[in-house]
Design a protein around this ligand. Structure first.
Ligand SMILES: Cc1cc2nc3c(=O)[nH]c(=O)nc-3n(C[C@H](O)[C@H](O)[C@H](O)COP(=O)(O)OP(=O)(O)OC[C@H]3O[C@@H](n4cnc5c(N)ncnc54)[C@H](O)[C@@H]3O)c2cc1C
Length: 410
């Protein structure tokens, strides 16, 4: 039997889902979270947050709690394989955008979000795997879980990641596309680099032969660094195959060490001793551009709607933009409600959500465009040709989300 109708039901208690719950709570919109796992997904070590996302996390009262936990920086540095600086990329700026960038372990961010969700009294049900939508009307939607139970809400939001099951309701045949790029990462103490305190970090060192090697400090004091290498891989695996490859630590260590003699000494130092515990493998998938992120009372956001390649480091940052603006738009529509007519209500919410999706997609498109520009700068010929003009990042970091919400919900 379906449970009584709640306001917004969120499938997935990952970064998007948990933050969405807090954003809705701030707007006095009741919600509930359902997560298929025993705990929220914790993959890939640390993530980098830029001012656009940090502004949102600040508005939700999250920033003050996470700021002491992470490593603050402003620029990403790019070097050639003979260790010459060729480019920089602004990831944050205290003076220009009010926030330095923050690199923080995903589990630390999740812990803060989970405890805030608990303190707010928002229910979270773990081991609840969404399977499919059973029925949908102008006023509610009912769906099923893998354990045979079902539930009903006014809005169902799929924040269930790149392999989203909720997305199947909108696009039954869509499967994310493998980009033939993978990244393998590990964690080593900073002192292992044997680089002086003035060596610019985070750095990406680009080899025409072996791809990009990344070194990025983490922990509040920068005492450990992520080391990572990206390169092409022709073969695609299924999920079990990727897991097996990640568990093959010898393969991962060999991948990280391959060609290190052709990089500057800092790379050879970085890979001398690689603890197996912190190794991660990240196959880069993308979700093709979708015409719509909503069907009736079912909406998708975060990676479910637009998983994007990691070049500009915007994956999770764009997900935070989705959730904040989504909650704002839904609250505005509620505040403007003029009658109890379900049909009219459905028309108004679907119009506002269409505006929201088009506005958000336009920003995601600009990020994809930035990815392309950055990829071009990383081509061997471009690297050889020399130093580049810095990008103006104001369009990405300096936006007013509340103004966007007002426009989309009007
Ligand atoms: C190894 C790795 C490293 C990464 N590093 C970075 C980085 O440094 N910077 C960056 O910006 N991005 C990074 N990304 C991308 C980033 O992880 C995503 O953009 C981000 O996690 C998206 O958040 P999300 O909440 O939308 O999805 P997810 O984080 O995937 O969360 C989805 C949640 O939904 C749950 N779920 C899934 N299916 C169901 C179901 N049927 N029923 C109920 N619950 C379900 C999952 O268990 C999970 O908890 C990385 C990705 C990987 C794989």
């Amino acid at each position: 039997m379906a449970a009584p109708t709640t306001g917004v039901a969120i499938i997935g208690a990952g970064l998007s889902g948990l933050t969405l719950a807090l954003a809705l709570h701030r707007q006095n919109i009741p919600c509930i979270l359902y997560e298929s796992r025993e705990a929220s997904l914790d993959i890939g070590g640390a993530i980098m947050l830029s001012p656009n996302a940090l502004k949102i996390l600040d508005a939700l009262g999250i920033y003050d709690k996470i700021a002491p936990l992470g490593y603050h920086f402003e620029e990403l540095y790019f070097h050639s394989d003979d260790d010459k600086p060729v480019d920089t990329f602004e990831f944050g700026s205290q003076t220009k955008h009010a926030y330095k960038a923050l690199r923080i372990y995903r589990y630390e961010l999740i812990n803060v979000l989970v405890s805030m969700v608990r303190d707010a009294g928002i229910p979270v049900q773990y081991n609840k795997k969404f399977t499919h939508v059973v029925s949908s009307s102008s006023s509610s939607v009912t769906w099923a879980f893998a354990d045979g139970s079902s539930a009903t809400a006014k809005l169902l939001v799929g924040a269930d990641g790149i392999h989203s099951r909720v997305r199947k309701h909108l696009y039954p045949d869509l499967v994310p596309k493998f980009t033939n790029m993978i990244g393998v990462t590990a964690v080593v103490p900073r002192e292992q680099l044997q680089a002086g305190p003035d060596y610019p970090l985070p750095v990406t060192i680009m080899s025409p032969k072996h791809g990009a090697f990344v070194i990025a400090p983490q922990r509040a004091d920068g005492s450990e660094v992520l080391i990572g290498k990206q390169r092409r891989l022709q073969q695609e695996y299924d999920r079990a195959g990727w897991d097996e490859l990640m568990e093959n630590k010898t393969w991962c260590v060999d991948f990280l060490r391959e060609g290190s003699a052709d990089f500057p000494p800092i790379v050879a130092n970085a890979v001398t001793d690689i603890p197996l515990k912190g190794i991660n493998l990240w196959p880069f998938y993308l979700v093709p551009k979708l015409d719509t992120w909503a069907k009736g009372r079912v909406v998708i956001l975060g990676d479910a709607a637009h998983a994007i390649p990691p070049t500009a480091g915007q994956g999770v940052n764009q997900a935070f933009e989705d959730v904040y603006t989504f909650a704002g738009v839904v609250a505005r529509v509620r505040d403007q409600k003029q009658s109890e007519d379900d049909e009219q209500d459905a028309v108004r919410i679907s119009k506002a959500l269409k505006n929201w999706q088009l506005g958000r997609q336009a920003r995601v498109d600009l990020v994809l465009d930035l990815n392309d520009k950055l990829n071009k700068r990383r081509l061997p010929d471009a690297v050889k040709a020399g130093v580049f003009e810095p990008f103006d990042m104001d369009w990405l970091y300096g936006v007013d989300f509340d103004q966007m919400i007002a426009e989309w919900a009007s």
